[in-house]
Write a protein that binds this ligand. Structure first.
Ligand code: FES
Length: 247
């Protein structure tokens, strides 16, 4: 197995002891098939056990290893060393406060996901004995892409609007609302619209599209947001110009 020496430049910050963040360099002997997460794990195990970062699955499923790698919001477990230069700069995700080193504060993001009611609100309640809410493969296909989100926050780190206006509901939360709105079993769209179409909702998006470029699961949140804009505009026209037409 071939080995390669890399320089890992990691932005370190401990708000309790540091006046400002600073880079620390680790020389790491990597195997070619390693990802950046492996290099961080090696540095933590062999050089500095105080290095802080989040990870869990090592397979692009849990969404916890999001960080900025050579300037790009990326999953550390999906960024192969063989695709990167000998010097790799690793920083926390932009647009989020730093808790410690590469660990960011996710509370605002989690609150935004919760605000869109990310669960099925049945059109009509059924008794348990009446069985499941069934769905055809074609109905599943209408929202499946938007259900692939792993909540990694890369889209928020890439979004210039969220960077300027942290109140913006943001790409993942709006794409998540869209996922449930398109679900044939769901009847909660009107409840979600109160949040999605509010001042800090979908109209803050200026369709830069960076969220879709960095999404590791190809959810295409930018596409979802544009569909939500069209639906919200249709709501407005129906309500104001054709109030006799039912949505
Ligand atoms: S460790 Fe789970 S997504 Fe990277």
């Amino acid at each position: 197995m071939s080995e390669r020496q890399i320089r890992l430049e990691v932005l370190r910050y401990n708000p309790e002891t540091d006046s400002e963040p600073h880079f620390e360099t680790f020389e790491v002997p990597c195997l070619n098939e390693w990802v950046v997460l492996d290099a961080l794990n090696w540095a933590k195990e062999h050089l500095d056990p105080t290095l802080n970062y989040r990870w869990s699955c090592h397979m692009a499923v849990c969404g916890s290893c999001g960080m900025t790698i050579n300037g790009e919001p990326s999953l550390a477990c999906k960024s192969f060393i063989r695709d990167l230069p000998d010097t790799i700069r690793v920083e926390p995700l932009k647009n989020f406060p730093v808790e410690r080193d590469l660990v960011t504060v996710a509370e605002d993001f989690i609150a935004k996901l919760a605000a869109v009611k990310p669960y099925i609100i049945p059109k009509e309640e059924k008794a348990i004995e009446d069985g499941e809410y069934k769905q055809t493969p074609a109905q599943l296909k209408t929202y499946k892409q938007y259900a692939q989100c792993i909540n990694c926050m890369l889209c928020y780190a890439a979004c210039p609007e969220y960077g300027l206006e942290p109140k913006f509901l943001g790409p993942a939360a709006i794409a998540l609302a869209h996922r449930y709105n398109k679900d044939s079993r769901d009847g909660g769209r009107d409840e979600r619209q109160e949040v999605v179409a509010a001042d800090s909702g979908v109209w803050k998006c200026s369709f830069v599209g960076a969220c879709s470029e960095v999404c590791p699961k190809h959810v295409d949140p930018a596409g979802a947001l544009q569909q939500v804009k069209v639906a919200s505009m249709t709501d407005w026209y129906l309500e104001h110009l054709m109030p006799w037409v039912k949505k």
